[in-house]
Ligand binder design. Structure first.
Ligand SMILES: *[C@@H]1O[C@H](CO)[C@@H](O)[C@H](O)[C@H]1NC(C)=O
Ligand SMILES: *[C@@H]1O[C@H](CO)[C@@H](O)[C@H](O)[C@H]1NC(C)=O
Length: 326
Protein backbone atom coordinates (compact mmCIF):
# COMPACT_ATOMS: atom_id res chain seq x y z
CA UNK A 1 0.00 0.00 0.00
CA UNK A 2 1.28 3.43 -0.88
CA UNK A 3 2.74 5.20 2.12
CA UNK A 4 1.00 8.36 1.07
CA UNK A 5 -2.55 7.15 1.74
CA UNK A 6 -3.93 9.41 4.50
CA UNK A 7 -4.47 7.69 7.85
CA UNK A 8 -8.23 8.29 7.93
CA UNK A 9 -8.70 6.42 4.63
CA UNK A 10 -6.60 3.52 5.93
CA UNK A 11 -8.65 3.35 9.12
CA UNK A 12 -11.91 3.36 7.14
CA UNK A 13 -10.62 0.85 4.58
CA UNK A 14 -9.47 -1.51 7.34
CA UNK A 15 -12.73 -1.06 9.30
CA UNK A 16 -14.79 -2.10 6.26
CA UNK A 17 -12.95 -5.43 6.00
CA UNK A 18 -12.86 -5.92 9.77
CA UNK A 19 -16.60 -5.33 10.23
CA UNK A 20 -17.34 -7.98 7.61
CA UNK A 21 -15.01 -10.44 9.36
CA UNK A 22 -16.68 -9.73 12.70
CA UNK A 23 -20.07 -10.26 11.04
CA UNK A 24 -18.94 -13.71 9.90
CA UNK A 25 -17.93 -14.51 13.49
CA UNK A 26 -21.39 -13.43 14.70
CA UNK A 27 -22.97 -15.85 12.20
CA UNK A 28 -20.59 -18.69 13.07
CA UNK A 29 -21.52 -18.41 16.77
CA UNK A 30 -25.22 -18.57 15.86
CA UNK A 31 -24.67 -21.55 13.56
CA UNK A 32 -22.91 -23.45 16.33
CA UNK A 33 -25.93 -22.81 18.54
CA UNK A 34 -23.96 -21.97 21.66
CA UNK A 35 -24.67 -18.30 22.26
CA UNK A 36 -23.10 -18.24 25.73
CA UNK A 37 -25.54 -15.61 26.99
CA UNK A 38 -24.61 -13.73 30.14
CA UNK A 39 -26.61 -10.96 31.76
CA UNK A 40 -24.01 -8.33 32.43
CA UNK A 41 -25.74 -6.78 35.44
CA UNK A 42 -27.01 -9.87 37.24
CA UNK A 43 -23.96 -10.12 39.47
CA UNK A 44 -24.83 -6.73 40.91
CA UNK A 45 -27.05 -6.22 43.95
CA UNK A 46 -30.71 -5.60 43.12
CA UNK A 47 -30.56 -1.91 43.97
CA UNK A 48 -27.70 -1.47 41.51
CA UNK A 49 -29.75 -3.08 38.77
CA UNK A 50 -32.57 -0.76 39.71
CA UNK A 51 -30.19 2.17 39.49
CA UNK A 52 -28.91 1.08 36.08
CA UNK A 53 -32.46 0.79 34.86
CA UNK A 54 -33.19 4.29 36.15
CA UNK A 55 -30.30 5.77 34.21
CA UNK A 56 -31.28 3.69 31.21
CA UNK A 57 -28.32 1.37 31.31
CA UNK A 58 -30.24 -1.87 31.12
CA UNK A 59 -30.58 -1.88 27.33
CA UNK A 60 -27.27 -3.52 26.68
CA UNK A 61 -27.26 -5.98 29.52
CA UNK A 62 -27.25 -9.13 27.43
CA UNK A 63 -23.89 -10.28 26.16
CA UNK A 64 -23.17 -13.37 24.10
CA UNK A 65 -20.13 -15.23 22.86
CA UNK A 66 -20.71 -13.41 19.57
CA UNK A 67 -20.31 -9.96 21.19
CA UNK A 68 -17.10 -11.03 22.91
CA UNK A 69 -15.52 -12.75 19.91
CA UNK A 70 -16.50 -10.05 17.40
CA UNK A 71 -15.06 -7.36 19.67
CA UNK A 72 -11.80 -9.30 20.04
CA UNK A 73 -11.56 -9.56 16.25
CA UNK A 74 -12.19 -5.86 15.72
CA UNK A 75 -10.04 -4.44 18.50
CA UNK A 76 -7.10 -6.75 17.86
CA UNK A 77 -7.18 -6.14 14.11
CA UNK A 78 -7.48 -2.35 14.31
CA UNK A 79 -5.03 -1.89 17.16
CA UNK A 80 -2.36 -3.93 15.37
CA UNK A 81 -2.77 -1.84 12.24
CA UNK A 82 -3.13 1.45 14.11
CA UNK A 83 -1.41 1.19 17.48
CA UNK A 84 -1.69 4.90 18.24
CA UNK A 85 -5.40 5.56 17.73
CA UNK A 86 -7.89 5.18 20.61
CA UNK A 87 -10.39 2.34 20.31
CA UNK A 88 -13.34 2.00 22.70
CA UNK A 89 -15.51 -1.12 22.61
CA UNK A 90 -18.90 -1.80 24.15
CA UNK A 91 -17.69 -4.89 25.94
CA UNK A 92 -14.97 -2.94 27.75
CA UNK A 93 -11.56 -4.48 28.22
CA UNK A 94 -11.84 -8.19 27.60
CA UNK A 95 -9.16 -10.47 28.98
CA UNK A 96 -6.34 -11.16 26.55
CA UNK A 97 -7.57 -14.44 25.13
CA UNK A 98 -5.66 -16.15 22.34
CA UNK A 99 -7.62 -15.45 19.21
CA UNK A 100 -7.53 -17.52 16.02
CA UNK A 101 -5.14 -16.01 13.50
CA UNK A 102 -7.89 -15.85 10.87
CA UNK A 103 -9.75 -13.35 13.08
CA UNK A 104 -6.96 -10.85 12.58
CA UNK A 105 -7.75 -8.74 9.55
CA UNK A 106 -4.87 -7.22 7.65
CA UNK A 107 -6.45 -6.26 4.35
CA UNK A 108 -8.07 -3.01 3.24
CA UNK A 109 -10.99 -2.01 1.07
CA UNK A 110 -9.17 -1.05 -2.13
CA UNK A 111 -11.85 1.33 -3.34
CA UNK A 112 -11.50 3.49 -0.20
CA UNK A 113 -7.69 3.43 -0.35
CA UNK A 114 -7.84 4.80 -3.90
CA UNK A 115 -10.33 7.55 -3.04
CA UNK A 116 -9.43 11.20 -2.90
CA UNK A 117 -9.22 12.15 0.76
CA UNK A 118 -11.41 15.10 1.82
CA UNK A 119 -8.89 17.93 2.35
CA UNK A 120 -9.74 18.45 6.03
CA UNK A 121 -8.69 14.87 6.87
CA UNK A 122 -5.41 14.70 4.94
CA UNK A 123 -3.34 15.51 8.02
CA UNK A 124 -5.47 13.75 10.63
CA UNK A 125 -3.11 12.23 13.21
CA UNK A 126 -3.56 9.03 15.22
CA UNK A 127 -4.11 11.03 18.41
CA UNK A 128 -7.06 12.86 16.77
CA UNK A 129 -8.91 9.59 16.07
CA UNK A 130 -11.22 7.69 18.38
CA UNK A 131 -12.91 4.56 17.06
CA UNK A 132 -16.12 3.47 18.84
CA UNK A 133 -16.99 -0.20 18.42
CA UNK A 134 -20.26 -2.01 19.00
CA UNK A 135 -19.36 -5.54 17.92
CA UNK A 136 -23.01 -6.63 17.89
CA UNK A 137 -25.72 -3.98 17.99
CA UNK A 138 -29.12 -5.56 18.64
CA UNK A 139 -28.00 -8.37 20.93
CA UNK A 140 -31.51 -9.04 22.27
CA UNK A 141 -32.85 -9.29 18.73
CA UNK A 142 -29.95 -11.65 17.90
CA UNK A 143 -30.92 -13.95 20.76
CA UNK A 144 -34.59 -13.73 19.68
CA UNK A 145 -33.84 -14.63 16.05
CA UNK A 146 -34.67 -11.20 14.57
CA UNK A 147 -31.47 -11.48 12.64
CA UNK A 148 -31.71 -8.58 10.20
CA UNK A 149 -31.84 -6.19 13.19
CA UNK A 150 -28.25 -7.12 14.02
CA UNK A 151 -25.36 -4.89 12.94
CA UNK A 152 -21.63 -4.59 13.58
CA UNK A 153 -20.71 -0.95 14.19
CA UNK A 154 -17.33 0.72 13.80
CA UNK A 155 -17.56 4.51 14.15
CA UNK A 156 -14.73 6.93 13.42
CA UNK A 157 -14.50 10.20 15.35
CA UNK A 158 -12.00 12.95 14.61
CA UNK A 159 -11.53 15.73 17.14
CA UNK A 160 -14.55 14.48 19.10
CA UNK A 161 -16.93 14.57 16.12
CA UNK A 162 -18.28 11.45 14.40
CA UNK A 163 -17.17 11.75 10.77
CA UNK A 164 -17.61 8.32 9.34
CA UNK A 165 -17.72 4.63 9.88
CA UNK A 166 -19.12 1.28 8.97
CA UNK A 167 -22.46 -0.41 9.57
CA UNK A 168 -22.26 -4.07 8.62
CA UNK A 169 -25.46 -6.12 8.50
CA UNK A 170 -24.31 -9.76 8.59
CA UNK A 171 -27.81 -11.13 8.00
CA UNK A 172 -28.86 -8.76 5.22
CA UNK A 173 -31.44 -10.55 3.11
CA UNK A 174 -31.08 -13.69 5.24
CA UNK A 175 -34.55 -14.95 4.39
CA UNK A 176 -33.43 -15.61 0.83
CA UNK A 177 -29.67 -15.92 1.34
CA UNK A 178 -28.80 -17.08 4.85
CA UNK A 179 -25.18 -17.76 3.94
CA UNK A 180 -24.72 -14.58 1.96
CA UNK A 181 -21.95 -12.08 2.69
CA UNK A 182 -24.23 -9.57 4.41
CA UNK A 183 -24.18 -5.92 3.51
CA UNK A 184 -21.78 -3.14 4.44
CA UNK A 185 -22.81 0.51 4.57
CA UNK A 186 -19.83 2.84 4.94
CA UNK A 187 -19.32 6.56 4.77
CA UNK A 188 -16.95 9.42 5.42
CA UNK A 189 -18.17 13.00 5.59
CA UNK A 190 -16.82 14.85 2.56
CA UNK A 191 -16.12 11.64 0.66
CA UNK A 192 -19.61 10.13 0.56
CA UNK A 193 -20.95 6.64 1.08
CA UNK A 194 -20.33 3.20 -0.34
CA UNK A 195 -21.57 -0.37 -0.27
CA UNK A 196 -25.15 0.67 -1.01
CA UNK A 197 -27.25 3.06 -3.03
CA UNK A 198 -29.06 5.54 -0.76
CA UNK A 199 -32.83 5.27 -1.07
CA UNK A 200 -35.29 8.13 -1.22
CA UNK A 201 -38.04 8.23 1.42
CA UNK A 202 -41.61 8.55 0.10
CA UNK A 203 -42.79 12.10 -0.46
CA UNK A 204 -46.47 11.43 0.22
CA UNK A 205 -46.18 10.34 3.85
CA UNK A 206 -44.03 10.87 6.93
CA UNK A 207 -42.42 7.79 8.49
CA UNK A 208 -40.47 7.52 11.76
CA UNK A 209 -38.35 4.62 12.93
CA UNK A 210 -37.92 4.03 16.65
CA UNK A 211 -37.20 1.43 19.29
CA UNK A 212 -38.87 -1.95 19.15
CA UNK A 213 -38.64 -2.85 22.81
CA UNK A 214 -37.97 0.32 24.79
CA UNK A 215 -41.08 2.48 24.80
CA UNK A 216 -41.80 4.66 27.76
CA UNK A 217 -43.92 7.73 28.22
CA UNK A 218 -41.33 10.20 26.90
CA UNK A 219 -40.59 8.09 23.82
CA UNK A 220 -44.31 7.99 23.04
CA UNK A 221 -44.91 11.67 23.75
CA UNK A 222 -42.17 12.61 21.30
CA UNK A 223 -43.59 10.29 18.65
CA UNK A 224 -47.15 11.56 19.12
CA UNK A 225 -46.04 15.19 18.80
CA UNK A 226 -44.45 14.48 15.41
CA UNK A 227 -47.63 12.81 14.19
CA UNK A 228 -46.12 10.33 11.72
CA UNK A 229 -48.24 8.45 9.18
CA UNK A 230 -46.31 5.33 10.01
CA UNK A 231 -43.91 4.06 12.68
CA UNK A 232 -41.31 1.39 11.97
CA UNK A 233 -40.23 -0.21 15.25
CA UNK A 234 -36.98 -2.11 14.94
CA UNK A 235 -34.09 -3.13 17.19
CA UNK A 236 -30.62 -1.58 17.15
CA UNK A 237 -29.40 1.95 16.42
CA UNK A 238 -27.44 0.56 13.46
CA UNK A 239 -30.51 -1.04 11.96
CA UNK A 240 -32.63 2.10 12.45
CA UNK A 241 -30.10 4.14 10.51
CA UNK A 242 -30.05 1.44 7.81
CA UNK A 243 -33.82 2.00 7.56
CA UNK A 244 -33.08 5.71 6.97
CA UNK A 245 -30.26 5.04 4.49
CA UNK A 246 -32.51 2.74 2.49
CA UNK A 247 -35.18 5.44 2.25
CA UNK A 248 -37.77 3.53 4.28
CA UNK A 249 -38.22 6.31 6.88
CA UNK A 250 -37.58 10.06 7.20
CA UNK A 251 -36.54 10.26 10.83
CA UNK A 252 -35.27 8.20 13.76
CA UNK A 253 -36.59 9.56 17.03
CA UNK A 254 -35.78 8.16 20.45
CA UNK A 255 -36.44 10.31 23.50
CA UNK A 256 -34.59 8.00 25.88
CA UNK A 257 -31.20 7.61 27.52
CA UNK A 258 -30.92 3.97 26.44
CA UNK A 259 -28.17 4.28 23.81
CA UNK A 260 -24.43 4.70 24.22
CA UNK A 261 -21.70 6.32 22.18
CA UNK A 262 -20.74 3.04 20.49
CA UNK A 263 -24.36 2.62 19.35
CA UNK A 264 -24.47 5.97 17.57
CA UNK A 265 -20.93 6.88 16.43
CA UNK A 266 -20.96 4.75 13.26
CA UNK A 267 -24.65 5.40 12.41
CA UNK A 268 -24.10 9.15 12.82
CA UNK A 269 -20.98 9.18 10.64
CA UNK A 270 -22.51 7.11 7.84
CA UNK A 271 -25.82 9.00 7.88
CA UNK A 272 -24.06 12.38 7.80
CA UNK A 273 -21.82 11.20 4.95
CA UNK A 274 -25.12 10.53 3.12
CA UNK A 275 -26.32 14.08 3.80
CA UNK A 276 -28.47 13.37 6.88
CA UNK A 277 -28.06 14.43 10.49
CA UNK A 278 -27.92 12.58 13.80
CA UNK A 279 -27.98 14.61 17.00
CA UNK A 280 -29.51 14.54 20.46
CA UNK A 281 -33.16 15.60 20.81
CA UNK A 282 -32.07 19.24 21.20
CA UNK A 283 -30.20 19.21 17.88
CA UNK A 284 -26.69 19.08 19.35
CA UNK A 285 -24.04 16.60 18.21
CA UNK A 286 -22.62 14.20 20.76
CA UNK A 287 -19.00 14.38 21.83
CA UNK A 288 -17.07 11.26 20.83
CA UNK A 289 -13.74 12.29 22.37
CA UNK A 290 -11.89 9.58 24.26
CA UNK A 291 -12.82 11.21 27.57
CA UNK A 292 -16.54 11.48 26.68
CA UNK A 293 -19.11 9.83 28.93
CA UNK A 294 -20.75 6.73 27.43
CA UNK A 295 -24.54 7.39 27.58
CA UNK A 296 -26.35 9.28 24.85
CA UNK A 297 -28.03 11.07 27.74
CA UNK A 298 -30.10 13.47 25.61
CA UNK A 299 -31.71 10.89 23.33
CA UNK A 300 -31.46 10.52 19.57
CA UNK A 301 -32.93 12.55 16.74
CA UNK A 302 -31.87 11.70 13.19
CA UNK A 303 -33.20 12.84 9.84
CA UNK A 304 -32.46 12.07 6.20
CA UNK A 305 -31.31 14.63 3.67
CA UNK A 306 -34.20 16.87 2.63
CA UNK A 307 -35.97 16.83 6.02
CA UNK A 308 -35.59 20.03 8.06
CA UNK A 309 -33.98 18.70 11.23
CA UNK A 310 -34.40 21.89 13.23
CA UNK A 311 -38.06 22.38 12.31
CA UNK A 312 -38.87 18.82 13.24
CA UNK A 313 -37.09 19.12 16.60
CA UNK A 314 -39.05 22.29 17.33
CA UNK A 315 -42.26 20.21 17.23
CA UNK A 316 -41.21 18.23 20.31
CA UNK A 317 -43.17 19.31 23.40
CA UNK A 318 -41.38 21.40 25.99
CA UNK A 319 -41.71 18.63 28.62
CA UNK A 320 -39.81 16.23 26.38
CA UNK A 321 -36.96 18.72 26.02
CA UNK A 322 -37.01 19.36 29.76
CA UNK A 323 -36.77 15.65 30.53
CA UNK A 324 -33.31 15.52 28.91
CA UNK A 325 -31.23 18.32 30.44
CA UNK A 326 -27.46 18.59 29.89
C1 LIG B 1 3.13 5.22 17.66
O1 LIG B 1 3.65 6.13 18.58
C2 LIG B 1 4.97 5.81 19.01
C3 LIG B 1 5.36 6.78 20.12
O2 LIG B 1 5.10 8.10 19.74
C4 LIG B 1 5.91 5.87 17.80
O3 LIG B 1 7.22 5.53 18.19
C5 LIG B 1 5.43 4.88 16.74
O4 LIG B 1 6.20 4.98 15.57
C6 LIG B 1 3.97 5.14 16.40
N1 LIG B 1 3.50 4.03 15.55
C7 LIG B 1 2.85 4.24 14.41
C8 LIG B 1 2.49 3.02 13.63
O5 LIG B 1 2.57 5.34 14.00
C1 LIG C 1 -12.84 16.00 26.68
O1 LIG C 1 -11.64 16.68 26.35
C2 LIG C 1 -11.82 17.75 25.43
C3 LIG C 1 -10.47 18.26 25.05
O2 LIG C 1 -9.56 18.19 26.08
C4 LIG C 1 -12.72 18.81 26.04
O3 LIG C 1 -12.92 19.86 25.13
C5 LIG C 1 -14.08 18.15 26.38
O4 LIG C 1 -14.91 19.09 27.02
C6 LIG C 1 -13.86 16.93 27.28
N1 LIG C 1 -15.15 16.26 27.42
C7 LIG C 1 -15.55 15.73 28.58
C8 LIG C 1 -16.87 15.04 28.55
O5 LIG C 1 -14.90 15.79 29.60
Amino acid sequence: MAQSVPLILKVLASSIKTAARAGKIVKDVMDKGELGIVHKNTTLPTFMNYFFRLIGASKNDVQTEADRSAQRCIITSLSRQFPNITIIGEEGTLDEAEIPSDWIVTDFDECVLKSTCPPKFIDTKPEDIVVWVDPLDGTSEYTEGLLDHVTVLIGIAVGGKSVGGVIHQPYYDYHTNRNGPGKTYWGLVGLGVGGFTPGKAPSDKFIITTSRSHRDEMVNRALNALNPDEIISVGGAGHKVVVLLEGRAHAYVYASRGCKKWDTCAPEGVLEAAGGLLTDIHGKHYDYSKNASFPDAQGIFATVQGVNHKDLISKLPEEVHKAFPY
